[in-house]
Ligand binder design. Structure first.
Ligand code: GLV
Length: 336
């Protein structure tokens, strides 16, 4: 016997969403939310995609070819609540005619604020000083040589990847009277004029910058972009900031660089494995400032990201092209 036609489209959400976004989604579709903090197990995801029309996911959900191949013919959209989408096999989705969407734009300034905050905190050793005060180690009232850090004002910053977030960091750097160098696979002369940024090759950027901040997506070409050879080019007073993706930096080489003083410090929001193992040797170093992948985590921005992800689903399931479509090639496949 054939099953009766479905009246409401089904969406599976792999995480709890802010109420506003969830209510909007529920007003349109039948919604199931995975209730745990940890991502849903892979076997469950493989079962779910067989019956849903839309999937709302996070970068902690591995949406690879196997998951996508398991999808039933109803699945129209995979909506990622993040700007990066290296956890999704976009080509496999395109082959199946499934839209992949992300949430660019709304998190740019929040992420750039955080990258800059991490830069300042690392340069001025704020987390280490906080541990010192709380740990009862503050014995002398004021020490001329106590907690000496690096100046930020007027220094040179090297931005790897001058996309949305990289250029927002450049704007902040200008406000700190910094010389801005950048490297990207594409030169952007308009932004150079607007931001006073200087285009250089990666090696020159690493040699000349006091602060190096990474804003590239994770791709085969950016995996271990910062490796031992490149770390060795950096200045001994240099600070490396990574708020992009952990695997862009070779963590083992970074440990050596920090331990042996080839560079001065690192501020890391992203890690090779997330969560990183508490035994990660980098966490034993005082010249590492560590945060748990929270660069876009402000109340306002996370709400905007969820709302945008929901809007992408609504558009796709109501027959429109979603506003933040990643795989534009899918339109040909869908005859759109
Ligand atoms: C977070 O890392 C994002 O890609 O939005």
């Amino acid at each position: 016997m054939r099953s009766p036609p479905r009246t409401r489209k089904k969406v599976f959400v792999t995480t709890r969403l802010p109420e506003e976004a969830l209510n909007l989604l529920k007003s349109k579709f039948e919604v199931e939310v995975w209730p745990e903090e940890t991502p849903p197990p892979r076997s469950l995801l493989i079962e779910k995609v067989k019956e849903i029309d839309g999937l709302c996911c996070l970068l902690t959900d591995k949406i690879d070819e196997e998951v996508i191949e398991a999808a039933g013919e109803n699945l129209k959209v995979i909506s990622q609540v993040a700007v990066g989408y290296d956890n999704i096999d976009v080509e496999a989705a395109t082959r199946k005619g499934i839209y992949v969407t992300n949430t660019p734009g709304v998190l740019t300034d929040t992420t750039a604020d955080f990258a800059f905050a991490l830069l300042m905190a690392t340069a001025r050793r704020i987390p280490e000083a906080d541990r010192y005060v709380r740990g009862g180690k503050w014995k002398i009232p004021w020490g001329l040589m106590m907690f000496l850090g690096q100046d930020v004002w007027g220094k040179t910053i090297g931005i790897i990847g001058l996309g949305r977030i990289g250029s927002a960091v450049a704007r902040r750097a200008k406000g700190m009277n910094m010389r801005v160098l950048y490297y990207d696979i594409r030169r952007n002369e308009k932004l150079e004029r607007e931001l006073g940024a200087e285009y250089v090759d990666l090696e020159t950027l690493l040699r000349k910058s006091d602060f190096v901040t990474i804003h590239v997506p994770l791709l085969p070409s950016t995996y271990h972009l910062i490796n031992e050879e490149r770390l060795r080019l950096m200045k001994p007073n240099a600070v490396l900031i990574n708020t992009s993706r952990g695997p862009v930096v070779d963590e083992k080489a970074l440990y050596k660089a920090l331990k042996e003083g080839w560079i001065w410090a690192a501020g890391l929001d992203v890690w090779t494995e997330e969560p990183t193992d508490p035994k990660n040797p980098l966490l034993k170093l005082d010249n590492v400032v560590a945060t748990p992948h929270i660069a876009s985590a402000s109340i306002e921005t996370r709400t905007k990201m969820a709302l945008l992800a929901v809007e992408n689903i609504i558009a796709a399931l109501e027959g429109r092209v979603p506003p933040n479509l990643v795989n534009k090639e899918v339109l040909e496949k869908r005859g759109g």
